[in-house]
Design a protein around this ligand. Structure first.
Ligand code: A3P
Length: 309
């Protein structure tokens, strides 16, 4: 009765010198050619850097703190552009014809192209693989980027891959994969956006700053989006965005997805998407050897960029 997914990330391709899962071939060109609208709001990030947190903050600010509207499942109101379904329920569970992937998963690009304005779009693509019209600044679309320190990102990604992607290796093995530049251009991703941070259409945020002083980041984001927030509104939003509140909020905590996978024995892992929400856990979990590898890698890649974690 077990249907665990045991293969992890089979196959890679290179696009514009970026290593990507092979499924990128299916939609890379469609993404390049996408129409962009002036009022699009994009949240871009490397996975596990606080994307969901940043999406919820951005959506709530742009929608004048419409907490009623925010009860809708986040991927419906803020779809993931470069998403690919890990399983096709119709094939894995043919005896459950009612369990069909929604369009925002099965064909996210069509779903996004047909959304009414203003659109909210999430992507993990590096800057150089964003739609051409988003990069050439022919529109006023806005990009919010969120970055997180590599050790915590790695730990969070490890748990994510066990929980949602069928990864069965240990943390050490994962650290090895994560720190291999040729497989995982983590710093390239950050630097691609860091180099655009002075564009008026780009806001560069850090997970660590959100943890340390969310109010300031809320105000900064509101200003970027051209929204005025009164002091009491900032406090209400801060509360809505707290880890405890988001952990218990089914619109953003991905519990519905995890429940489906568990109910149908698709993945053999326990845990929650909203896992720890802290800074520094990665370093605590890592061996001294890997701490050194991470530190040297960071120094080599960020060097004189002016960016520090
Ligand atoms: P941890 O696994 O370290 O807990 P993404 O949305 O990019 O996948 O990032 C997920 C990470 O952001 C997880 O990190 C998750 O717990 C954290 N996160 C989500 N909402 C948060 C919040 N409100 N406060 C702090 N961390 C949050």
């Amino acid at each position: 009765n077990k249907r665990f997914v045991t293969s992890f990330r089979n196959g890679y391709i290179k696009a514009n010198n970026v290593v990507l899962p092979v499924y990128f071939k299916k939609f890379g060109q469609r993404i390049q050619d996408m129409e962009i609208r002036d009022d699009d709001i994009w949240v871009c990030s490397y996975p596990k850097t606080g994307t969901t947190w940043c999406q919820e903050m951005t959506w709530c600010i742009a929608n004048d703190l419409d907490f009623e509207g925010a009860k809708q499942f986040l991927p419906e109101r803020f779809p993931f552009l470069d998403h690919t379904p890990l399983f096709d329920y119709e094939k894995v569970l043919p005896e459950k014809p009612d369990l069909k992937l929604p369009l925002y998963v099965s064909d996210s690009i069509t779903f996004i192209n047909e959304l009414k304005s203003p659109r909210f779009i999430k992507t993990h693509l590096p800057y150089k693989l964003l739609p051409k019209k988003l990069r050439d600044q022919s529109t006023k679309a806005k990009i919010v980027y969120v970055a997180r320190n590599p050790k915590d990102t790695c730990l969070s990604y490890f748990h994510h891959c066990c929980l949602l992607e069928g990864y069965t290796g240990n943390f050490e093995d994962f650290c090895k994969l994560f720190t291999s530049d040729s497989r995982n251009p983590f710093f390239d991703h950050i630097l691609g956006y860091w180099n655009r941070k002075d564009d008026s259409q780009v806001l560069f945020l850090k997970y660590e700053d959100m943890k340390q002083d969310l109010r300031t980041v809320i105000r900064q984001t509101a200003q970027f989006l051209g929204k005025d927030l009164a002091d009491d509104q900032v406090l209400v939003l801060e509360d809505h965005l707290s880890f405890e509140s988001m952990k218990n909020n089914r619109a953003v905590n991905y519990e519905p997805v995890i429940e489906i996978n568990k109910t149908h024995n698709l993945i053999d892992a326990n845990g929650t998407f909203m896992r720890s929400g802290t800074v520094g856990g990665g370093k605590q979990k890592m061996s001294p050897e890997f701490i050194k590898v991470f530190d040297e890698w960071e120094e080599k890649c960020l060097g004189k960029s002016g960016l520090k974690f």
